[in-house]
Ligand binder design. Structure first.
Ligand SMILES: [Zn+2]
Length: 440
């Protein structure tokens, strides 16, 4: 099977040019930028006027399976991924059971193979006492170790200094990145107590950033940075939400920004309410603008979504009662393209942050770039204004903070391992993605 993507603007490794891309079976055969592609093709896709990009690698999603499948599951959320131009995802371990043992990890690989419409992998989670698992896990099958430093959803808080030191030590030994959720629990609990005294038992969501404060983030992030520096391990701090944390970027410390913290500010709580309640909280306009600036200067290394669906009934209440987290991966690429149009970042940098860098940071095998012999994970986007309605939403929860939003860009084709998995609002239901390999 040979497919020609003809005449699109190919964006790859810092360059943009009008050219042709040839796919043979599951891989990229060649990229032609100086002439007309010749030969016979089984299919020719006219990409004139479109961007041809490497498929997005979302290195931070919560697909809720196993155990929390009333909120989301691997089938529904990988469907949303395909609609959004995301060809690979790394899922987080705070499911039920938690992915903190080899057995539960194997169970997830089976689920991925059976159900995922795009390429999949799963983080191994750290706990206060699973060092042996981290020592023996197959480093070619997992992107890295996920560590919750600060309570989040699930019950995976690692709060003992000895355990934290040991986890970073093992990570260094095994050459595995440690991806952390950093928020200081003690400070959050104190802030919550004060907020309850001031505003009542369930403070309105407009106070979320006072409770899950910038200080709580920095306290925990700077501790993680200290542990990384002591051990020499690669620390990847998830969902940077404050300007202060940007100072922590270093040669062994990389920072992830998420769509919510790049797009919304605390002024949006008034309109969006608990739909944009997430942890860490969305903070001030100053914080958002600093994170946006860091996209271009390199202090932010990659973009993920922290896609974390809940049923709307779980989002009722305020800071104390409403669940934290929102679905986002279906709209991550088009949202970032909007920021490109606004001049926040360049299209080349977008590709760097959403495809190349996740592949580099986690040493993904043969994906994340448009290169001959790499897997043909490709997305074609076109300029076509549209408005998000509930019917467009593929996530199982059937709501989005982007409902009603007008986008200028739309995903036209998502190609996964050389297979057209999504085109014209239609998914190839029968297709299954592949397990992603690392360091191999
Ligand atoms: Zn997360």
């Amino acid at each position: 099977m040979k497919i020609l993507l003809k005449g699109g603007t190919i964006v790859n490794e810092g360059h943009s040019f009008v050219g042709d891309l040839v796919i043979e079976n599951d891989h990229i055969l060649e990229i032609i930028n100086d002439g007309i592609a010749r030969g016979n093709y089984d299919q020719i896709i006219d990409a004139t006027g479109c961007f041809v990009l490497p498929g997005v690698i979302d290195e931070h999603v919560h697909f809720r399976e196993p155990g929390l499948t009333r909120k989301a599951d691997i089938e529904s959320e990988s469907r949303a991924a395909a609609f959004g131009g995301v060809t690979s995802f790394f899922d987080m371990p705070n499911t039920n059971p938690q992915t903190t043992s080899i057995e539960t990890l194997e169970e997830k690989f089976s689920l991925g193979a059976e159900k995922s419409h795009v390429n999949y992998s799963f983080f191994i989670g750290a706990t206060n006492d699973n060092a042996e698992v981290l020592r023996t896990v197959d480093a070619t099958r997992v992107p890295g170790i996920k560590l919750f430093m600060g309570a989040s959803t699930g019950n995976m808080l690692v709060d003992k200094m000895d355990s934290l030191r040991e986890i970073f030590h093992i990570a260094k030994e095994r050459n595995l990145p440690v991806m952390t959720h950093c928020e200081d629990t003690k400070l959050i609990n104190e802030n919550m107590k004060q907020a309850k005294e001031k505003y009542g038992e369930d403070p309105d969501v407009i106070h979320h950033a006072e409770i899950r404060s910038a200080e709580a983030c920095y306290q925990s992030s700077s501790l993680a940075a200290q542990l990384a520096n002591e051990s020499g391990a690669h620390l990847h701090i998830a969902h940077i939400s404050t300007a202060d944390e940007l100072t922590l970027a270093d040669k062994n410390i990389t920072l992830e920004a998420c769509i919510a913290h790049l797009f919304f500010t605390d002024e949006d709580y008034a309109e969006k309410g608990t739909r944009i309640k997430c942890n860490p909280s969305i903070k001030s306009c100053t914080d958002r603008d600093a994170i946006r600036k860091a996209l271009m200067d390199g202090r932010i290394s990659c973009i993920g979504t922290d896609h974390a669906p809940h049923e709307l009934k779980d989002k009722v209440g305020g800071c104390a009662h409403a669940a934290s987290g929102m679905p986002m991966l279906q709209f991550s690429l088009v949202t970032m393209l909007e920021l490109v149009d606004q001049g926040v970042l360049t299209i080349e940098r977008l590709v760097e942050l959403m495809s190349h860098q996740p592949a580099r940071l986690f040493e993904v095998s043969r994906r994340g770039f448009l290169r001959p012999n790499y897997k043909a994970d490709v997305v074609i986007v076109k300029k076509e204004p549209w408005t998000v309605s509930v019917d467009d939403i593929q996530s199982k929860c059937k709501w989005s903070p982007m409902e009603g939003h007008h986008y200028q860009w739309r995903v036209a084709y998502t190609i996964c391992n050389g297979h057209i998995v999504y085109h014209k609002e239609t998914l190839d239901e029968s297709y299954r993605g592949e397990e992603i390999k690392f360091r191999a």
